[in-house]
Design a protein around this ligand. Structure first.
Ligand SMILES: [Zn+2]
Length: 91
């Protein structure tokens, strides 16, 4: 997807904050705080299953698209990525 189209779609959905010079996406600001440094420009911040408080920093759009595809695939099987990563729940 072209960057301009992606930016237009994001601006319609995600919260932004003014830093005195420019509008920044809140989820990118939060990811930079967690990371402790600025995100590379090509990095994409994924909202894990659409959850605004669980962010995954992806190195680029290809990895981000892969996460979405994997989440959709698992959802069809009634599972989440978290369940897969945590393994079977043995009690
Ligand atoms: Zn995403």
């Amino acid at each position: 997807m072209p960057k301009e189209t992606r930016d237009r779609r994001r601006s319609a959905v995600y919260l932004r904050v003014w830093d005195g010079e420019r509008l920044l996406y809140v989820h990118r600001v939060e990811a930079e705080k967690a990371l402790g440094r600025p995100l590379p420009e090509e990095a994409v911040v994924h909202h894990y299953y659409g959850n605004p408080s669980t962010l995954v920093i992806c190195p680029g759009e290809a990895y981000h698209s892969l996460l979405h595809a994997r989440e959709r695939e698992l959802a069809l099987k009634g599972k989440t990525l978290k369940e897969i990563l945590n393994g079977p729940n043995i009690s």
